[in-house]
Design a protein around this ligand. Structure first.
Ligand SMILES: C[S@@+](CC[C@H](N)C(=O)[O-])C[C@H]1O[C@@H](n2cnc3c(N)ncnc32)[C@H](O)[C@@H]1O
Length: 418
């Protein structure tokens, strides 16, 4: 095995999305869990791809892979379980006409100005009610959003309608009383003082729209072949006839008890991607089992190699030091999911295809779990040949009661070849 702490992309910020804040199209919506487009470019360079080759990302998130590939003129396929982020990634790879956006914009501005009674008023913590001490949106913001959203249905050109609806959601999130903070939605400091209103919503919507217009002009999409599938990668790879890939670059959810779906509930409900809490829960059950709140099916498989066996033995002997008793089961389930994805990817890979798999270590019961090494073992079980484990960085972590001695966690890219 080639474990490379001096990997050529180490400490260059490629495993995080900070640079997307300034890049056309990427910057429409900051997705904290994303990686850098630069990493995708480097993976493409290392493969000497032809323009007809397919680049795949089965955990496409905000679509960094599919957007980078499309801007460079490569064909790409993205799979993503979260319907909002699938909508986001498919919006970013569309070429639309500036004038059609402006026509749609004028129509929607009227709708925002008139407003409409939002169906989200009174639902859960979306608005102020007699039962809520804190609420995500002020009524004016919800009604302005609803006014714009309802009228946007009249936009005839589908791609333009989609991008304008995305802009409506993004503007609503800029006027949300809470922001994402790690694993939860946290209310902004002095959140009531912001007094988000129809005026602030209008101004956010105009600002995001003008950024979108600039970007569609400045940054055309060179490949119109970007297929985005919304669904569980474990199912889509098995059931859909997708073309074989030459490069897969991806980052599955990290093994960190983090539930990606739940913290995107404002966007999911605003865009009507889910309509009830039950829909949201069902969605959580389709995600990779890297979290403990939803009651997914228990795993069956236990053969993930020697390093895993040692770790799980340790964890089972230190159960009392865990923050939740389902953690050993979650670890097993996570690697079972990874095995199944790695096997499916192998079956969809062309000869000599490369797989770049970005993962992070985790810590439970005060012991670091070497996810990258275990993934390398599992990939070999799935048929892949390991080329290298490149360390991307060691992230400083806040010490916790349950793992007080672990101050850094490694993020790596496990590179494999068929
Ligand atoms: C680390 S993020 C990927 C971010 C992506 N590289 C980017 O730059 O935006 C992992 C993604 O996997 C998605 N996901 C979780 N379970 C999934 C599943 N079963 N099938 C497909 N996607 C899934 C999550 O919703 C999340 O967007």
């Amino acid at each position: 095995m080639r474990f490379n702490p001096d990997f050529y992309l180490s400490n260059q910020g490629v495993s995080n999305a900070t640079d997307t804040l300034n890049l056309p199209r990427h910057r429409w919506y900051y997705y904290k869990e994303g990686f850098s487009p630069y990493l995708v470019e480097k993976a493409i360079e290392s493969c000497e791809l032809q323009k007809d080759d397919i680049i795949l990302d089965p955990f496409n998130g905000s679509g960094t892979t599919t957007l980078t590939a499309s801007i460079l003129g490569y064909k790409s396929i993205g799979i993503e379980v979260n319907p909002f982020t699938a909508f986001l990634s498919s919006s970013k790879v569309k070429n639309i006409n500036k004038y059609s956006y402006e026509d749609g914009l004028n129509l929607v501005l009227k709708g925002i100005n008139t407003g409409s009674e939002s169906a989200l008023k009174g639902f859960s913590t979306f608005s102020k009610t007699t039962k809520t001490k804190k609420w995500l949106f002020n009524d004016e913001v919800l009604d302005s959003f609803a006014g714009g959203w309802n009228i946007s249905d009249n936009i005839q050109i589908g791609d333009t309608r989609q991008i304008i609806q995305l802009a409506l959601i993004i503007a609503a999130m800029k006027n949300c009383n809470a922001t994402r903070d790690g694993k939860c939605l946290r209310y902004r400091d002095g959140w009531q003082k912001h007094n988000y209103s129809k005026e602030s919503y209008l101004s956010s919507f105009k600002a995001i729209s003008s950024m979108i217009i600039d970007d569609i002009i400045q940054c055309p999409i060179l490949s119109s072949y970007a297929r985005i599938y919304n669904g569980d990668a474990r199912k889509i790879l098995l059931e859909k006839e997708i073309e074989k890939f030459k490069l897969c670059i991806t980052s599955p959810p990290y093994l960190n008890t983090f539930d990606y779906t739940d913290i995107y509930r404002p966007e999911l409900f605003l865009g009507q991607f889910v309509k009830t809490m039950k829909d949201l829960y069902d969605l959580r059950l389709q995600t990779v089992r890297s979290h403990i709140q939803a009651k997914w099916d228990n795993p069956i498989c236990t053969n993930f190699g020697y390093i895993y066996n040692n770790y799980i033995k340790y964890i089972n002997n230190h159960k009392s030091e865990l923050m939740n008793r389902r953690i050993p089961l979650m670890i097993q389930a996570y690697f079972e999911d990874m095995l199944s994805v790695l096997e499916l990817l192998y079956s969809k890979a062309e000869k000599n295809a490369q797989l770049w798999f970005v993962v992070s270590n985790s810590a439970y019961a005060n012991k670091e779990i070497p996810v990258d090494l275990i993934i390398a073992d599992i990939a070999k079980l799935a048929g892949w040949k390991l080329r290298e484990i490149g360390v991307l960085r060691n992230i400083k972590r806040r010490k916790t009661k349950h793992s007080p001695d672990i101050s850094f966690l490694r993020e790596s890219v496990v590179i494999m070849r068929k």
